[in-house]
Ligand binder design. Structure first.
Ligand code: 8YV
Length: 340
């Protein structure tokens, strides 16, 4: 008798023509996204109970509680380079392979980091709102003055692939680039990005514009807090395309409201999709709903990579047993059974 097909959970509709490839190998459980947009932990747990794999986005949080009854689960493919929604150590010790989608979104995310930076520094959304409110007749020579990018100093906190993409873009604007990272980059990469490694305090003090691109973890939680903001120039711009949790948003709102920071551009928030009223009330912050990777081509590429990962992680397809971008391959080494 033929072996039953593995079952996988697809947590939400993505690009159907891309995710349909899962049906070639698996029985796919497609669930309706709750009205709130987010599954409750109990719903995640029940959707994981009888499946061998899952393809999820950062909105689905999976840890010990969610996998407690998931005896068959062997792989979770995350659509995103960040995977702070997944408790990787817990999943690894349960023998579950985690994969993510790096590289395919690097340039698109770097583009958007720059878009937010320009919009915040040059007050683009604030200016549009002012115009739409019919205030143009009040124009004076110093209306909506912003900060230049060209010739300024750009700080980058977190110098991975996306950080380097932002540094390369800054070269075209004639900016001086400083960065801070857990580990210093190889000299050749520093030369290519014309980026100078500095300590955290020097980065804060010397940046005219600071872009956050570092991974979120307990170590980076609220790394930009009131004390860090106080070390920045009051004329500076802060951009966050990392995770909301790296910034103490109340401290940020306070600094923006009280002239201790000129402007901010945010794509990510602590507790998304909720945005703090303190931020919503401000004019000098550009707010985007977590869309840094959201170009048509890139979002498709992310889903395609996640599908490839899941098929391979469960032992099927041309890369059976060798998913392209594993996160915790060591934790499950030798445990993937190749089917074909
Ligand atoms: C996506 C992201 O919005 O890749 C990441 O880590 O934050 C974004 O690219 C997200 O992953 C969609 O699930």
């Amino acid at each position: 008798m033929a072996e039953p097909r593995p079952r996988v959970w697809l947590s939400r509709p993505l690009f159907e023509d891309v995710t349909d490839r899962l049906d070639e190998h698996f029985d796919v459980l497609r669930t309706a996204v709750p009205e709130a947009g987010v599954y409750a932990p109990g719903q995640v747990a029940s959707n994981l109970r009888d499946v061998d794999g899952a393809l999820v986005t950062l909105v689905e949080r999976i840890g010990a509680t969610e996998i407690a009854g998931a005896a068959r689960l062997r792989a979770v493919a995350n659509v995103g380079v960040g995977y702070d929604n997944l408790d990787v150590p817990v999943l690894g010790s349960a023998g579950v392979l985690v994969t993510n989608t790096p590289d395919v979104l690097t340039e698109t995310t770097a583009d958007f980091g720059f878009a937010l930076l320009m919009a915040a520094a040059r007050r683009v959304t604030e200016a549009e709102r002012w115009l739409r409110e019919g205030q143009w007749q009040r124009w004076s020579f110093d209306t909506l003055l912003g900060a230049d990018l060209h010739g300024s100093t750009l700080g980058i906190l977190g110098m991975g692939r996306i950080g380097q993409g932002i540094a390369r873009r800054a070269l075209g604007f004639g900016m001086r680039v400083l960065y801070h990272n857990r580990s210093r980059l190889p000299e050749a990469t520093e030369r290519e990005c014309r980026a100078e490694h500095v300590d955290f305090d020097a980065l804060l003090a010397n940046s005219d514009h600071l872009v956050l691109v570092l991974p979120y973890s307990p170590v980076t939680h609220h790394i930009i807090d009131a004390a860090a903001l106080a070390k920045m120039k009051p004329t500076a711009t802060l951009v966050n395309v990392a995770r909301g949790g790296v910034v103490d948003e109340l401290a940020l709102a306070d600094a923006l409201a009280n002239g201790r920071l000129a402007a901010a551009g945010l794509d990510v928030y602590e507790g998304e999709p909720r945005v703090r009223p303190e931020l919503l009330a401000l004019r000098n912050v550009v707010l985007a709903p977590h869309i840094a990777s959201a170009s048509r081509a890139t979002r498709r590429a992310m889903v395609a990579l996640a599908v490839d990962n899941l098929i391979a992680a469960l032992g099927y397809g041309p890369r059976a047993g060798d998913p392209p971008t594993p996160v915790n391959a060591d934790a499950v080494a030798g445990k993937i059974t190749v089917k074909r």
